[in-house]
Design a protein. Structure first.
Length: 198
């Protein structure tokens, strides 16, 4: 089935938006605005070359597709928070796909290994769904454990206040939806915190 020009442009724009939003995985040191573009290009080339010398030194659409496929399901906050580890893992994944040993060419063993590694990567950086719902008694118990102090500040907090259950480490950056990762805060504090890690 052929795509029309409008669909192709839409896909390209969404890819650019995706890619530009996640370029921060390449940035692992301080660079001023004059140095940034060249640095990002060099880092991208290092990842795409996967330790091999390239005759032509050009990036392929396949390289960008692999990068998109690896990162498409990973939340941008997760990417920003875990960028150094993610960059390391993406480099590793490109090394796998670009350097499949000849012994793994048969029966697609090399590709299957790559797919397994990418699936494990996606599982590591998947956002846990919010499932816990605390009863009033559980909220009161948590407030008492916090000595009637907000989990986000030193402000006094009581069950009758406008409160919210807060994830200490936000789900968006890899926090768990468990009682150990919960605190009670004032609604306004929690809303202004966003997905920061305090």
């Amino acid at each position: 089935m052929l795509c029309n020009l409008k669909d192709t442009l839409s896909y390209f724009n969404s890819f650019l938006f995706f890619y530009l939003g996640r370029y921060c995985i390449l940035l692992d040191c301080d660079k001023n605005k004059d140095e940034l573009n060249n640095y990002l290009k060099e880092e991208l080339d290092i990842i795409f070359k996967a330790g091999r010398e390239s005759k032509y030194g050009r990036r392929t659409m396949q390289d960008f597709y692999f990068l998109w496929d690896i990162l498409k399901d990973v939340n941008l906050e997760m990417v920003k928070f875990n960028r150094l580890k993610i960059k390391e893992e993406i480099t590793y994944l490109f090394n796998i796909i670009k350097n499949i040993p000849e012994s793994l060419h048969y029966n697609s063993d090399g590709i299957l290994r790559y797919v397994k590694e990418v699936d494990e990567f996606k599982e590591r950086y998947k956002i846990e769904k919010r499932k816990l719902k605390l009863s009033e008694e559980e909220k009161l118990e948590l407030i008492k454990l916090q000595k009637n102090t907000s989990s986000l500040s030193d402000a006094p907090i009581f069950l009758g206040d406008e409160i919210e259950v807060d994830h200490t480490i936000a789900l968006a950056i890899g926090g768990k939806d468990s009682i150990e990762n919960l605190g009670i805060s004032h609604k306004t504090e929690n809303r202004s915190k966003g997905s920061k890690f305090l």
